[in-house]
Design a protein around this ligand. Structure first.
Ligand code: FAD
Length: 293
């Protein structure tokens, strides 16, 4: 199918983009990499009258570490650029790994980090990574700029805290402690497919004299297990204080089996997803622990 007809404008300033989105005369939609939106237009699942291309706005094109040590990724930054960035790979390796699980190189060359977060497919990798990494979302619109925490950003399937007349201008990742361990694992039917279920794990090793070589802090977040990314405190509690050995991993997997309530769909049954999630969690924790220093 072909899309319904629409106008296309590529503003060069954020102010212009905000004004176009705020115009009540015609329904406007942001287009970034177009990797999700263009298929939706072709299938006529979206019928905007105007596409506002934000990828030519220089102030949205930055990726840098600020004076507080936080990583800031602007809305025009493509996924491939973020994954290749040295600061990202060194300081936020979980994010780089999550990006590398997205589709294929062609998708990542065009798709943006913020576009994936704003689109919020429940099976997508970046929302889960963003929740695990405590990301903050900078949203700009006609009423000004506001910042939303990851826990409040993802509202429901394909729905976030970004209103129709706003855009996500930047995502901010606070610094992670040096030497933390990480892993992103997912279950897919074919290489490059959207995952049936995925998990992001962050671990920190206690190196102090009281409890050496135990898990000091753990973060466990699943994708594809609910309409929004799911953090599982029971699995984290099973890991903290342990040596990430067999018993703790079994307890964490048990917490996933008991705590996740995915639904059946055409891709997998709820039971298959839950079992897969528990297996992935064990694998991801093992890898993350090996990477802790
Ligand atoms: C074959 C194929 C395989 C794929 N596989 C995966 C996969 O495995 N995992 C995965 O996560 N994704 C996958 N994708 C989707 C891909 O990652 C998209 O790039 C991503 O979902 C959207 O990013 P984008 O920049 O292309 O956004 P666009 O397609 O331009 O926009 C998507 C939606 O987000 C909105 N939007 C975009 N940017 C902003 C912003 N800054 N502020 C407000 N709203 C905004 C748009 O209005 C639109 O509604 C796949 C896509 C294809 C075509």
């Amino acid at each position: 199918m072909k899309p319904t007809s629409f106008d296309y404008i590529a503003p060069s300033t954020l102010g212009e983009a905000v004004a176009l989105l705020a115009d009540e005369e015609r329904e406007a939609k942001v287009v970034a990499g177009g990797q999700s939106l263009i298929p939706m237009l072709n299938m006529r699942l979206a019928r905007p009258e105007l596409l506002v291309d934000i990828t030519r706005i220089p102030e949205l094109g930055g990726i840098h570490v600020d004076e507080t040590g936080s990583l800031r990724i602007g809305a025009a930054v493509r996924q491939a650029r973020a994954a290749a960035d040295t600061a990202v790979r060194d300081g936020w390796p979980l994010l780089a790994a999550a990006v590398e699980h997205i589709g294929h190189p062609q998708i990542r060359n065009r798709g943006t980090v913020c576009g994936s977060l704003a689109h919020h497919d429940p099976a997508a990798e970046l929302p889960a990574a963003a929740l695990a990494l405590d990301a903050r979302f900078v949203i700009t619109g006609p009423r000004g700029t506001r910042t939303v925490d990851a826990g409040d950003f993802f509202v429901a399937t394909f729905s976030t805290a970004v209103e129709a007349d706003e855009l996500l201008t930047e995502v901010v990742f606070p610094p992670r402690p040096a030497g933390h361990g990480w892993s992103f694992e997912e279950l897919t039917r074919r290489h490059g497919d959207f995952a049936t279920v995925g998990v992001a794990v962050l671990l920190e090793r206690d190196t102090g004299p009281d409890r050496p070589d135990t898990v000091r802090d753990a973060r466990v977040v699943f994708s594809g297990a609910a309409p929004v990314p799911v953090r599982l405190p029971a699995a984290e509690a099973a890991l903290v204080g342990s040596t990430a050995g067999e018993q703790a991993l079994a307890a964490a997997a048990g917490a996933a089996l008991a705590g996740l309530t995915p639904s059946d769909d055409i891709h997998a049954t709820a039971e298959y997803r839950r079992e897969g999630a528990a297996h992935l969690l064990v694998r991801a924790c093992t890898t993350a622990w090996e990477r802790c220093s």
